[in-house]
Design a protein around this ligand. Structure first.
Ligand SMILES: C[S@@+](CC[C@H](N)C(=O)[O-])C[C@H]1O[C@@H](n2cnc3c(N)ncnc32)[C@H](O)[C@@H]1O
Length: 308
């Protein structure tokens, strides 16, 4: 048995979401180390699973881990924004009964120092897909001060974003995340629970992997696919991501999409794709928080598409 390097977050909630599906396909857009994928397959023998990841290390690990499920599972490498479109072209929409995305990095990606995700890393990489062209090195050493300010404010939500961007520009080039986080230590907020450079690292990682663009594109493809009967479950770790999911699900649940100021409905009042199953996002309970600190900021929202 392989060592399992990543404890899946909100796994009971994920199992509950998909366990009663009678037949069809569930798509796991962020297979990672196959934790959610294997639990979904184990808890519901009636379904098949298509699992996506852009990281070759995750693909290699999970190909072995999920092999026991035979032809119930098929694994695809690539960004989920584009792979989902291929799947939607190849598979009948009525076959797809569930979609899961557990956005962000895995514990193994964070822990492997040569991947550059941690503030202790000895390089500046941060690509989930090592064949992608944009690296953290380019963002840190080549982006303009203005571009860095935008990223640090929007993706890191750091209040002194201007000062941090100025310091980066003044002190660069940097060759490792460790060098960067050491040089900026005094400019970082002093939180008790997280390392000072964590939010800066998060901001750079979101830019390198276009994480918000990927999420928006996935939601847009799912909306346009008009799946007749599918549960869409998205787990996010960042308030910006959660807001994107919340707003998308709210708009999918509306029948009338006329502007608020319209005097009467002219849209046809038939745009509702289904209903929100989680009025408030699901979050880890105490027992999970104790066994997995990563679950601290995880939020899961679920939408039931219902166009049958
Ligand atoms: C949080 S981990 C998922 C862990 C997984 N649920 C498990 O139980 O092992 C996120 C995974 O999704 C992958 N990933 C993130 N964004 C992606 C994207 N846009 N396209 C494809 N894979 C992505 C990462 O490479 C990483 O392996």
């Amino acid at each position: 048995m392989q060592n399992i390097p990543h404890i899946p977050v909100l796994y009971r909630e994920v199992i509950d979401t998909f366990k009663d599906i009678e037949s069809g396909i569930v798509i796991d857009c962020t297979m990672g180390y196959g934790g959610h994928s294997s639990m979904i397959l184990e808890s519901n023998p009636n379904i098949k699973l298509i699992a996506i990841d852009q990281d070759q290390t995750a693909i290699d690990f999970s190909t072995e881990r999920l092999a026991a499920f035979g032809d119930r599972v098929s694994i695809k490498k690539g960004r989920f924004s584009s792979v989902i479109q291929d799947i939607l072209r190849e598979v009948d929409a009525s076959e797809i009964k569930g979609v899961l995305a557990d956005i962000g990095v895995s514990s193994l990606q964070l822990d492997q120092k040569d991947r550059g995700f941690s503030y202790e890393s000895d390089n500046l990489d941060m690509r989930m897909d090592r064949d992608a062209s944009l690296t953290a090195q380019t963002v840190v050493n080549e982006y303009s001060k203005k571009e860095l300010e935008t990223i640090i404010l929007e993706y890191g939500e750091l209040r002194n974003y201007k000062k941090i961007a100025s310091e980066i520009v003044a002190k660069r080039p940097f060759s490792s995340a460790k060098e960067l986080s050491d040089a900026l230590k005094s400019d970082m907020p002093r939180g008790k629970k997280i390392h000072p450079a964590t939010l800066l690292m998060q901001a750079i990682r979101i830019e390198v992997n276009d994480e918000l663009g990927e999420l928006k594109s996935l939601l847009s493809s799912l909306k346009n696919a008009r799946l007749p009967d599918a549960k869409i479950a998205i787990i996010s770790f960042h308030s910006l991501e959660d807001r994107i999911v919340k707003q998308a699900f709210a708009s999918w649940s509306k029948s009338c999409i006329c502007p608020q100021e319209a005097m009467r409905c002219t849209c046809g009042n038939d745009h509702q794709l289904g209903k929100i199953l989680t009025k408030k996002p699901l979050m880890a309970k105490d027992d999970e928080l104790k066994e997995n600190v990563r679950s601290r900021s995880a939020k899961m929202r679920v939408f039931q598409m219902d166009l049958a």
